[in-house]
Each structure stands twice: as structure tokens, then as C-alpha cells.
Design a protein around this ligand. Structure first.
Ligand code: ASP
Length: 274
């Protein structure tokens, strides 16, 4: 009798089937920043396009059925081609991710981004985000208006990775063209090919095929929650220049960097591990 009474009481408080369903789906926040994935051209077959012309709502409208799989909230952080990415945007975005992922009701974050500085953003977030929850970057090589645009499926896969508990603890990930890369290992290899991102030495973290994920690796370097870097009180970063060095180069460029305020210089070598 008591059991029946409890059941009756409990059912009277049950939310509607729809609300119940929404509650069970993972909650993912998409931070849109621009890039080709948000780009638009006058025709579907031209190379020239305007980067960052499409909003997050329009991008999501191109991914049918995604709202049946996850609860999504979108925020527009910026709308720039990533060649114009600034330290200000990078800091604002990282701090926003820290605030979002500290909330119990948020399961993961997806950042839509241009591919030119995708590596920098992934590496930076990997050092300064304080969470084990999935953080996934995604971009595209073709604008949203192109014939065979690659953005919608990569966005679908990125959301599926962000919603997957198996992605947690692997640091910041980049999902493009079916492959899941770790922030320490990826590099852009082509300005036009859809399969542009590679992780040549350390390998990819896994694959996502129409949102079905398979993880092969967990990056071993310190990242996110274990990283010692904390940007909560940082509003500016020192200038660090990258100069390509070559045999018998003159010191002029180095002197110019130092004279203009560089606090450190880096020089990539061809043998450097990617
Ligand atoms: N220039 C573009 C950008 O980085 C290229 C891209 O998104 O692929 O925003």
C-alpha cells in the first residue's frame, strides 16, 4: 500500500516525456568564433569567400537532427577569420570555457574556429582550461555555401565527441574530416585540401564516423586540469616572436624583434617534432 502511494506520489511529480528526454541528453555549449566554417561565397564553386559571415544558428540549421542528440546552446564569441585571431579573443574565450565547464549542468564545449590558427588555439586552451570535460575545436576547409561543404558533418562529429564521456580527460581535441586530433600533435598541411590536419608523429586520438567515436590514444603530456598555467588574473600576454632561422642569417630580424618589445624568440627547425 505504502509502495503504491509512493509510486502515485512520484508519478504526479514526473515531468512531461519531452522535458524528461531533454534532461537526459548531454548539454553542450557551442562557442562560435568565425572561420571558413562560418564563411559564405556568392556561388557554390568559387574559391573566394567571406570568412565568418554565418552565425552559429545558421551553422546548426545545416546539421539535421543534432538537437535530438544533445541540448545545445550557442554563443557568438567573435566572428573573424582566424588569421585575425587576437590574444584578447583567446583570453576571453578561455575564461568563458572555464566558467562554463565549472557548471554541473554542462557536459562539454565545442568551439567553431578558422583553420589558420586552429593549432594555436588548441594548444593554448590545452594549457589554460581547468577541466577534464571534453573541449572540441572544429572548422572546415570549404565555406558553408560550397558544393560539398565539409563543415556540417565535421560539426556533427565534433558535437558527438564533446557529448561522449570517453572524450573526457584527453585534453583539447580537434575534430575535422572524421579524425580526432590531440592539441599537442596536429598541424595544418594544406591550404585547400579537406584532409588538411595531420598528427604525423604522435598519431591521431581517434576517429568519429557519423558521430560514432572510436578512441585510440590519450595524449600523455600535462594538460587542462593538470596544467600549472592559470589565466584567471591575466589580461595581457607578453610578445613572443617566431623567426625562421637559416644558415648564415643576419641578426637584423632578431634585433628588430627585440627592439619592438619581444620578450622571447622562437625558431622552428625542420627536425622539430610536431
Ligand atoms: N582563413 C580561414 C580562417 O582561418 C581559413 C579557414 O578557416 O580554413 O579563418
Amino acid at each position: 500500500m505504502l509502495f503504491l502511494l509512493l509510486v502515485a506520489l512520484e508519478s504526479s511529480f514526473l515531468p512531461s516525456a519531452e522535458a524528461d528526454q531533454a534532461k537526459k541528453l548531454p548539454n553542450i555549449v557551442i562557442l562560435a568564433t568565425g572561420g571558413t566554417i562560418a564563411g559564405a561565397a556568392a556561388t557554390g564553386t568559387q574559391a573566394a569567400y567571406t570568412s565568418g559571415a554565418v552565425t552559429i544558428d545558421a551553422m546548426l540549421a545545416a546539421v539535421p537532427g543534432i538537437r535530438d542528440l544533445v541540448n545545445i546552446k550557442g554563443e557568438q564569441i567573435s566572428n573573424v577569420g582566424s588569421q585575425d585571431m587576437t590574444i584578447d579573443i583567446m583570453l576571453t574565450r578561455a575564461k568563458r570555457i572555464n566558467v562554463l565547464l565549472a557548471q554541473n549542468d554542462i557536459d562539454g564545449v565545442v568551439v567553431t574556429h578558422g583553420t589558420d590558427t586552429m593549432e594555436e588555439t588548441a594548444f593554448f586552451l590545452n594549457l589554460v582550461v581547468k577541466s577534464q570535460k571534453p573541449i572540441v575545436l572544429v572548422g572546415s576547409m570549404r565555406p558553408s555555401t560550397a558544393v560539398s561543404a565539409d563543415g556540417p558533418l565535421s560539426l556533427f562529429d565534433a558535437i558527438a565527441v564533446a557529448a561522449d564521456p570517453s572524450a573526457a580527460g584527453r585534453g583539447v581535441l580537434v575534430v575535422m574530416n572524421d579524425w580526432i586530433h590531440g592539441a599537442h600533435s596536429l598541424t595544418k598541411t594544406s591550404t585547400t585540401a579537406v584532409q588538411t590536419f595531420m598528427s604525423p608523429l604522435r598519431g591521431i586520438v581517434g576517429v568519429s564516423t557519423y558521430g560514432k567515436n572510436d578512441f585510440y590514444n590519450t595524449p600523455q603530456w600535462k594538460h587542462t586540469a593538470e596544467s600549472e598555467f592559470d589565466i584567471s588574473n591575466i589580461t595581457k600576454l607578453p610578445r613572443v616572436d617566431i623567426l625562421y632561422a637559416y644558415a648564415d642569417m643576419s641578426a637584423d630580424l632578431i634585433d628588430a624583434s627585440v627592439a619592438n618589445g619581444a620578450r622571447a624568440l622562437l625558431s622552428p627547425e625542420s627536425e622539430t617534432e610536431i
